[in-house]
Design a protein around this ligand. Sequence first.
Ligand code: THG
Length: 269
Amino acid sequence: MIIIGEKINGTIPSVKKAIEAKDEKLIRDLALRQSEAGADYIDVCASTSPELEVETLQWLMDIVQEATDTPLCIDSPNPRAIQQVLLYAKRPGLINSVSLEGDKCEVIFPLIQGTSWQVIALTCDNSGIPQDVQSRVEIAQALVEKAQSYDIAQERIHIDPLVIALSADNGALLKFAEATRQIKANYPMINVTSGLSNISFGMPLRKVVNQNFLTLAMFAGMDSAILDPLNRDLLAALLATEALLGRDKHCRNFANAYRKNKIGPLKEG
Ligand code: THG
């Protein structure tokens, strides 16, 4: 599983405060701790007013890149903000995200043509997020074809089928699983990704629901996820699921994570 650490996000109140107070230490700690927990990418999302987004993203990127070599996942709804900060990245990472909305692909794809940057592509378009499996699969197809016209191979694309709340659609996980199956049947080398928190919107015990979504989505073929690697229960579930799916020989990774005190009851020191 490819882990995208979600903690540096201006929608989290403590992070919003740190951004406003220019508290580098809080951001640096989150970067370091997530990469030590096993994050493959560190998501940075400013979530400020549009006028402040570019300078905030730059500030976050500088701090993260000083703290760790783990590549960035640049998270913005505005492709032009991504365009402006891309040159501050020291190494190729992940762009979060494009979709069929507006000219997102036309701005982002030329920027990453001929590089090893990867990209998350959301299955939505100018009419929003489709509820049904078929439209998601069709949008994924259109996104992959567009990417191909810029020589961006399947391997560099993470399709996010945009899970909706289980409280709004009882079939939300089942539809995610079916969309994943069809997208991978069309494009065997593609990655499927997701955030974990949308599924539990409007429900109590959200972390329990998110954690069970993670294991079921992994079984359904999800390759990467945007999640909190500092949540020890969640990380333990992820590593246990990797082992259960036959992707952790002799369960060595699981045992090492326990030995290194990354999962299980927190031991001091
Ligand atoms: N898809 C894509 N990008 C995304 C999302 C997605 N970016 C934003 C969002 N969804 C994912 N990011 C977050 C960031 C923080 C939280 C939820 C989603 C959050 N975190 C809690 C905290 O840090 O306090 C802890 C959660 C936990 O312990 O599990 O609420 O869907 N492409």
